[in-house]
Write a protein that binds this ligand. Structure first.
Ligand code: TXA
Ligand code: MG
Length: 351
């Protein structure tokens, strides 16, 4: 049976986290809030606990998990070395949505965590509940997003329960996750370049305040990509709503809207249940379509925080045909477009 702990009430949070930490310390798997999305945690040194995480999610075993720590000195027993630039990045962005991929100490973690790679992704989440839970469990926590594989990542405890109730030992409810998209996964190269393996909550622009050269893994640049992405997870069609989705972009909002209107009418004529994912700047009435918004194009942080719950809304309403408006790939817009692109299975229309 699945336990639920509330960490929203400060007066009971302490004992709730002690209980949840004890479940983790004894090999259980527990979902918990972070500043990005909810994670499904397990003791990263315990192979049967880590295997239970893969099983609960239905996750392919070649996709490695991120390890979460609450104190920098926990790194010493996990990674072989920390480069000066990596140290500077941690000082600047930890706790926060930045995952660093570094050479792992052989035998320090369950081999299932790293999926056989000689590196491990580590981050320190910027969420008091996550930090206190890691400390209570007294071990590094391997934690992927707490969704069934292929579903949008969960940003509330209710999303976790929808996907994983009965499959996990417990959920710590800490309210809504703030950032809404996952952490940025990076690797620092020997030559001092930073390679972004997965765009996320820490932007390329923020990384450029610390390093001169910050590049996107070439495998991420959409249809043209021919090489395998270095973050194994990026090759899967993730975050997918149940309906078919396409992204529509263009120079002028009115042309994009007119094109969408036309496509939606045609889809309705074929018997599709239609939906649109739009920005506030578009005030078109799309007759017969469920209209969900990502907020204003000038506040893309809001788009990030709403994206996954809106994708889940389309599923709830059994929408079969979705058109989503694109945004500029700047700031957190890069992560929003990356997730939209994957949710759309690469279907992209430029008007
Ligand atoms: O914000 C987040 O990062 C959330 C919260 C729960 O912390 N976690 C998360 O984990 O998104 P997950 O498992 O859904 O995504 C981990 C990503 C995958 O794309 C995986 O391939 C990549 O990180 N990754 C993990 N370890 C790696 C490694 N050693 N080398 C390259 N990529 C790695
Ligand atoms: Mg995930």
């Amino acid at each position: 049976s699945m336990q639920r702990w509330s960490a929203i009430e400060p007066n009971i949070a302490g004992s709730a986290l002690q209980e949840a930490g004890a479940v983790l310390a004894s090999g259980g798997i527990v979902a918990f809030p972070t500043e990005t999305v909810y994670g499904l945690g397990a003791d990263a040194r315990n192979t049967s606990a880590v295997e239970a995480v893969f099983a609960a999610k239905g996750r392919p075993s070649d996709n490695p998990l991120i390890v979460h720590i609450s104190q920098q000195n926990q790194l010493d027993s996990i990674v072989q070395r920390v480069l000066p630039l990596e140290q500077q990045l941690m000082n600047t962005f930890w706790p926060g949505p930045l995952t660093l991929v570094m050479p792992v100490i052989e035998g320090a973690l369950s081999p299932r965590v790293t999926a056989g790679l000689d590196t491990v992704g580590v981050r320190m989440p910027d969420h008091p509940v996550a930090l206190d839970l890691i400390t209570a469990a007294d071990c590094p926590l391997a934690a992927p997003s707490a969704n069934r594989s292929g579903r949008p990542s969960p940003t509330t405890a209710a999303h976790v329960a929808d996907d994983l109730a009965g499959r996990i030992n417990g959920i710590v409810d800490g309210g809504s996750a703030g950032v809404g998209v996952e952490s940025t996964v990076i690797q620092v190269e020997e030559d001092g370049r930073i390679l972004i393996l997965r765009p996320g909550g820490i932007t390329r622009e923020q990384l450029l305040t610390v390093a001169d050269r910050v590049e996107l893994d070439p495998a991420l640049s959409g249809v043209a990509a021919e090489t395998a992405p270095r973050a194994p997870g990026m090759k899967y069609t993730h975050y997918a709503p149940k309906g078919s989705m396409s992204i529509v972009t263009g120079e002028h909002m009115n042309e994009v809207a007119a094109f969408m209107q036309e496509q939606l009418i045609a889809a309705q004529a074929r018997g599709e249940r239609t939906g649109v994912l739009v920005f506030d700047e578009d005030n078109t009435v799309y007759e017969g379509s469920l209209r969900l918004t990502l907020g204003s194009l000038s506040h893309l942080e809001e788009a990030a925080s709403r994206l996954y719950s809106q994708l889940r809304e389309f599923d709830e309403a059994e929408i079969t045909f979705i058109l989503a408006q694109g945004c500029a790939e700047q700031g957190v817009g890069l992560a929003v477009m990356n997730r939209l692109y994957k949710a759309a299975g690469g279907q992209f229309i430029r008007v």
